[in-house]
Write a protein that binds this ligand. Structure first.
Ligand code: SF4
Length: 361
């Protein structure tokens, strides 16, 4: 039986955040029941196309999967178990927005089979949360983590963002400290990326000086890494830190280029060397259109993806696949270290990851 990571996209949000360019639609939660119908239809069709698939990990991302009610989550997970073989020890993650959960819903999510919760906190500073357009306060985010722990979640992750408009180093490190004082096992630290067409882009253009420069952003990352390391969180991927044994198994499949199947509006897949994706139009998806965009990867594509994704991780890539001359140059410069035929970026290399990758292309 083929083993995969299963991703399910839930594209509904309470409100659009100022920086967000994900496929997510505010104010459409009334469409969730019809969307779940389509997901079930897509699961059935996938089983027909791929045969029996073993889902070692399941990840509900978005959007805001925590907008589902407990009953809707049960229905979705019952469907997953009907159409896929889900291992008893599968990692089953749901992303959650702290402004959309309470104790009863989280208990229902646990009962539906969710055993890992990834909370989009972003900051524990109310002023910055307002700038980001988040629907929750810092206090609500802290309460959400504790409520999740009380509901029985032992595998909790929070997402944090740095290099935000007007953010000081103290504000950033205080957010990291607050996260580490909570019962979380995994922390993601993402630098803000100002995407075209977002309100954040307009804000950045109106007052460019409000954004920390690149050098400051790198120092913010270094300081956070230092604090996290001191508390036992190891940087296993460029933006991700975990206590031992709490690395995201699902995301490791992406970085290792394992097989994964994405269901739902705008979901991407990599199966048997072919990348394909669903329509990003919610109306089309609800009408039963899947509109695969598909790409059969060449050997060159596979090499480039392996390097781009693998060098994000602590485990790196097989040194033997890299061009010897470039590898030697990068090793001499202290940007890559090779151990047991695995080549991984050093801390200095992580700071200039794009340049390292470019040198290996
Ligand atoms: S909650 Fe997440 S997906 Fe939804 S708008 Fe905000 S950043 Fe985007």
């Amino acid at each position: 039986m083929k083993h995969i990571a299963l991703y399910i996209h839930i594209p509904f949000c309470a409100r659009k955040c100022a920086y967000c360019d994900f496929t997510s639609f505010p104010g459409k939660t009334h469409l969730i029941p019809a969307y779940l119908d389509q997901l079930e239809a897509e699961m059935r069709a996938s089983a027909g196309r791929w045969g029996e698939l073993a889902a070692d990990t399941v990840f509900l991302g978005g959007g805001t999967p925590s907008l589902l009610t407990g009953g809707q989550m049960k229905r979705l997970m019952d469907g997953v178990r009907r159409w896929f073989t889900v291992a008893a020890d599968a990692e089953i993650t749901s992303e959650a927005n702290p402004g959309t959960i309470d104790a009863a819903k989280l208990i229902a999510f646990r009962e539906a089979g969710i055993n890992r919760l990834s909370l989009g906190v972003q900051s524990f500073d109310d002023g910055l949360l307002r700038v980001l357009g988040r629907i929750h306060t810092a206090r609500e985010a802290e309460d959400a983590v504790r409520t999740a722990a009380d509901a029985g979640f032992t595998n909790l992750s929070v997402d944090l963002m740095y290099a935000l408009p007007g953010q000081t180093m103290d504000q950033w490190l205080s957010t990291v400290e607050t996260a580490m004082a909570l019962p979380v096992r995994h922390i993601s630290c993402y630098s803000l990326i100002v995407e075209e067409g977002t309100p954040m882009k307009a804000m950045a253009e109106a007052s460019p000086a409000c954004l920390p420069d690149e050098e400051t952003a790198v120092v913010m990352q270094h300081e956070a890494a230092r604090l996290l390391r001191a508390r036992g969180f190891s940087r296993y991927e460029i933006s991700n830190y975990a206590l031992p044994g709490f690395e995201s198994r699902h995301n490791l499949v992406y970085w290792r280029r394992g097989d994964y199947l994405g269901l739902g509006c705008a979901a991407h897949s990599l199966m048997d060397g072919e990348r394909f994706s669903n329509t990003a139009s919610l109306d089309e998806y609800l009408a039963g259109v899947r509109a695969y965009e598909s790409e059969k990867l060449t050997a060159r594509d596979v090499y480039e993806e392996t390097v781009m994704l693998g060098l994000r991780t602590r485990e790196g890539v097989p040194a033997s696949i890299l061009p010897a001359a470039a590898l030697e140059k990068l090793t001499r410069a202290g940007l890559i270290a090779v151990n047991d035929d695995r080549a991984a970026v050093t801390e200095a290399g992580a700071d200039v990851l794009n340049a390292v990758i470019l040198a290996l292309m």
